[in-house]
Design a protein around this ligand. Structure first.
Ligand code: C6P
Length: 404
């Protein structure tokens, strides 16, 4: 993998911030976009823009074909059994809300349990809390240990025939932990529970085969996979999706409408009410093709090299405490530095051209576990280099000196 060549594909990386080369280490928040994705979106608006599934004219046919081609690209990437299982949404958040509303309202009742984990993003907590409030079900939480790993012994104890759904993050955005989702899915299925995996962070770093995993629902966002914002996907098993009521009503999700009765459209359209983010979906397809052109295995091995290198630096940096030291983790270095608030770190690093995220990362229970208000987080992508990690640590040394 030629990182210098890959960097040339990302126009945004070629700039300076405060007179220093941009070092973009906020990839868990959103990744940058390669020229081919930008060009694809631009070409759609310049040459093919039309509404889909409706028009008989050439532009509408072209737009529909490009939109449905993207669905097939995404189906193949996740090895879903059919394009009927690939529902486009606004992103991971909407995908999870879709399941919590449409599946949850139909299948969860008082006395049932939803089991999530201590390291979930708010997107995989709040929709389940809302479902529990509506139905009288209860929310149970799998604890984690100090390394930021799930307590699988306690997971097994918390699972029961009352568990209707297990919601688990594939890769934690706050800690980097990669969770043993294969084993979680097997154990959950053994008690008859469905499993929703939040793949917002994982899907651009590790291969995901939804059939091999036998996962019921897998949710992710295009913008963390080198694609546009405002678009994502929910992959669900066909039989489960077919039995679910719609999430939203409107155009495209119907076959016929009268004031007496509406007949719903077939999958996947039943869950795509209204004009979707057509340009975004087409750009998402281009982003997946770009990842495939580099190769996920090569990307993962490069990123592992970056994480190992950064972890060695972190281990010898005076005053730095890493947050999240799981044996199996990827791409995220979350930490606090004694005497420096993470937000101050973020601001000082920006003056050095280094972009990181500081905050609770929409994972407040993780912050509560470690008794910190926030962490600083550097997160890596395929275009990052060891030189950039050196730049991160020299900027951190400056920040530490200012506050000493
Ligand atoms: N995490 C971060 O900086 P959306 O916003 O719907 O694309 O993704 C939500 C989401 C869900 N689950 C996980 C594990 C995530 O990391 C995110 C988004 C960003 O960590 C923004 S808070």
């Amino acid at each position: 993998m030629n990182v210098n060549q890959i960097r040339q594909d990302f126009p945004i990386l070629q700039q300076q911030i405060h007179g220093k080369p941009l070092v973009y280490l906020d990839n868990a928040a959103t990744t940058q976009k390669p020229q081919c994705v930008i060009d694809t979106v631009r070409h759609y608006y310049e040459a093919d823009n039309a509404n889909i599934h409706r028009g008989v004219h050439t532009l509408s046919e072209r737009a529909t074909a490009a939109y449905e081609d993207a669905r097939e690209i995404i189906r193949a990437y996740f090895n879903a059994a059919s394009t009927q299982e690939v529902i486009f949404t606004r992103g991971t958040t909407e995908s999870i809300n879709l399941v919590a509303s449409a599946w949850g309202n139909a299948n969860v009742k008082k006395g049932d349990e939803i089991l999530i984990t201590h390291m979930e993003h708010h997107s995989n907590i709040v929709p389940w809390q809302m479902l529990c409030q509506r139905t009288g079900a209860s929310l149970k939480v799998v604890p984690m240990n100090d390394a930021g790993e799930l307590r699988m012994d306690l997971f097994a104890k918390l699972l029961s025939e009352r568990t209707k759904l297990v919601g688990v993050v594939h890769m934690s955005n706050a800690l980097g932990t990669l969770n043993p989702i294969e084993s979680i899915i097997q154990q959950a299925h053994a008690v008859g529970a469905k499993v929703l995996v939040d793949g917002a962070q994982a899907a651009s770093h590790v291969a995901v085969d939804v059939q091999a995993l036998d996962v019921d629902f897998y949710a992710t966002s295009a913008h963390k996979m080198y694609g546009p914002t405002g678009v994502g996907v929910l992959i669900g098993k066909q039989a489960i999706l077919a039995a679910m009521p719609p999430y939203q009503g409107g155009g495209d999700m119907i076959l016929t409408v009268s004031f007496d009765k509406t007949r719903y459209n077939a999958l996947p359209h039943k869950f795509e009410a209204g004009t979707p983010n057509i340009a975004g979906v087409i750009g998402f397809g281009a982003a997946i093709k770009y990842i495939q052109s580099i190769g996920l295995a090569a990307i993962a091995s490069h990123e592992k090299g970056l994480l190992d290198y950064a972890s060695v630096h972190a281990g010898v940096f005076d005053g730095l405490t890493p947050i999240g030291t799981a044996a199996n983790k990827a791409c995220v270095l979350s930490f606090v530095i004694k005497g420096v608030h993470p937000h101050d770190l973020g601001t000082i690093l920006d003056r050095e051209g280094v972009a990181i995220r500081a905050g609770h990362h929409c994972a407040m229970p993780v912050m509560q576990y470690y008794k910190v208000p926030a962490t600083a987080r550097a997160s890596f992508a395929m275009y990052n280099t060891k030189n950039e990690i050196d730049a991160l640590f020299s900027a951190l040394a400056k920040a530490r000196a200012i506050f000493a």
